[in-house]
Design a protein around this ligand. Structure first.
Ligand code: HEM
Length: 449
């Protein structure tokens, strides 16, 4: 094999790379609850050790990159099927239950095959524009819900903890697109089936730290500490069960339509079921993983956006995924270091987003920095890539943008939105994703028309 470009005598080895010791990492994460401050630790470490540093989490070595140009170098040199990180625990669950992997957990050829089918359905703006009416119907319901909630308050304008509301909105909207049905998340009484799903989703995020960040708990430890693995399986059971109900229901409807000789029309799910480009098990797995990826991400962004401002700047300030992963598929020279094939990289998007070198006055919230002066003006910046970049980037980006833009436009047209005096200064915390660390309570006052 040929040596990586740039390899010479000045190239340093991983051994020479700075970084926190294994012990200080252990103390930081397990004693000082670093799991809820992953984004802050990322900033602290990049200031202390520089823009490329190494950390150890048990047996797992991670090279963190907090430099915009190095992030660009990694993502631009990706292979045809990039790998984000170790998904063994996800795969193990699926093998145990005889289920398939979906886009998040699949690798290699398997991933490529599913991604090429799904990207044709949801990646282009004009493909998702057809869902506007469905999403607008959900926006109507959300506005009704705001009326109900604020009428229950003594001041008649406050809605407490808007994230609950936006969570229900995001779930209803993404299900309207993926499952082609309504779930009732914005009704006064949320159906039991949907409530069960929401509990499974919450359980999934609270078991995130053990399954994702700390790496899968070693199997031999499970007999001594069985709870994390049991909870992990239990939450996946709940998530899959919900998808099975909705996918099977649509399948039964389609069969009945075909038997009656009717033309079958529909959206993403119908297309997948009718064309059979991917198997039924693959469909279950993908809608499950897309629903998982599509609810909290969008709702956290909406919460911040109504709290402080607009979408692009909100995502720079509060990237839902404060760091992302890539496993190198070739030897690389990065920032003067030799990085062997198979190394786990952590791309420190939170640090690059708040770095003055990448954004003038990075700690100021300035949505206008994203305005283009003319068509040739490129405001793209590798410092802030909240949906990732390249072939393995977020497949739901256009869906998320559609949901957020339609909702924010309608809310701003209808209401003056202000922060309620019940809201303290809300800091971000990491809970799997970067989320508001306290409830955001808002006042929705009708605009004069
Ligand atoms: C504000 C909203 C959202 C943000 C900020 C976001 C962000 C991200 C990021 C950073 C990634 C990793 C990209 C990479 O590794 O390069 C990702 C992956 C993914 N997202 Fe999103 N996401 C959002 C909403 C959604 C929605 C609504 C859906 C589904 C409808 C979705 C489905 C997925 C899936 C399936 C993947 C894995 C893709 C793959 O590995 O091929 N996301 N997202």
């Amino acid at each position: 094999m040929s040596p990586p470009i740039g390899l010479d005598r000045t190239t340093k080895t991983l051994k020479e790379m700075p970084g926190p010791s294994t012990l200080s990492n252990l103390i930081e994460f397990f004693w000082k609850d670093g799991f809820s401050r992953v984004h802050e630790i990322q900033l602290e470490h990049s200031k202390k050790y520089g823009k490329i540093f190494k950390s150890r989490f048990g047996p797992q070595l991670v090279v963190s990159i907090a430099d915009r140009d190095l992030v660009a170098q990694v993502l631009r040199s990706e292979s045809a099927a990039p790998q984000r990180g170790n998904m063994d625990s996800w795969k193990e669950y699926r093998d145990l239950r005889g289920r398939s992997t979906g886009l998040i957990s699949a690798e290699g050829e398997d991933w490529l095959r599913m991604r090429s089918v799904l990207r044709q359905l949801v990646m282009r703006p004009r493909d998702v524009a057809v869902f506007s009416d469905d999403v607008n119907a959900v926006v109507d319901d959300l506005i009704k819900r705001i009326h109900v909630l604020r009428s229950q308050e003594s001041d008649g304008v406050t809605v407490h903890n808007v994230n609950d509301l936006f969570f229900n909105y995001a779930m209803e909207a993404v299900a309207a697109i993926l499952y082609e049905c309504r779930l009732g998340c914005l009704e006064n009484d949320v159906p039991q089936e949907t409530q069960n799903y929401i509990s499974a989703l919450h359980l999934m995020f609270s078991s995130f730290k053990t399954t994702m960040y700390a790496g899968a708990i070693p199997k031999w430890l499970r007999t001594i500490i069985p709870k994390p693995w049991e909870e992990f399986c239990h939450s996946w059971d709940g998530l899959f069960k919900f998808s099975l109900i909705h996918v099977n229901k649509r399948l039964t409807d389609i069969k009945a339509q075909l038997e009656r000789g009717e033309e079958v029309k529909g959206g993403v799910l119908t297309h997948m079921l009718v064309t059979k480009q991917i198997s039924l098990e693959d469909i279950y797995a993908n809608v499950t993983e897309m629903l998982l990826a599509g609810v909290d991400t969008t709702s956290f962004t909406l919460s911040w956006a109504t709290y402080i401002g607009l979408v692009k700047e909100t995502l720079r300030f509060f990237p839902v995924l404060p760091g992302n992963g890539r496993v190198t598929q070739d030897d690389l020279i990065l920032g003067g270091y030799f990085i062997p094939k198979g190394t786990q990289l952590a791309l420190c998007h939170y640090s690059t987003s708040l770095d003055d070198e990448n954004f003038v006055d990075a700690l100021d919230f300035r949505p206008d920095r994203w305005l283009r002066k003319d068509a040739s003006d490129h405001v793209d910046n590798f410092g802030s890539i909240p949906f990732g970049y390249g072939i393995r980037s977020c497949i739901g980006k256009r869906i998320a943008e559609l949901e957020m833009h339609l909702l924010l436009t309608r809310l701003i047209q209808k209401f003056h939105i202000s922060v309620s005096p019940f809201t303290d200064d809300v800091k971000a915390k990491t809970h799997g994703l970067l989320c508001p660390g306290a409830p955001i309570n808002l006042q929705f006052t009708d605009r004069e028309i």
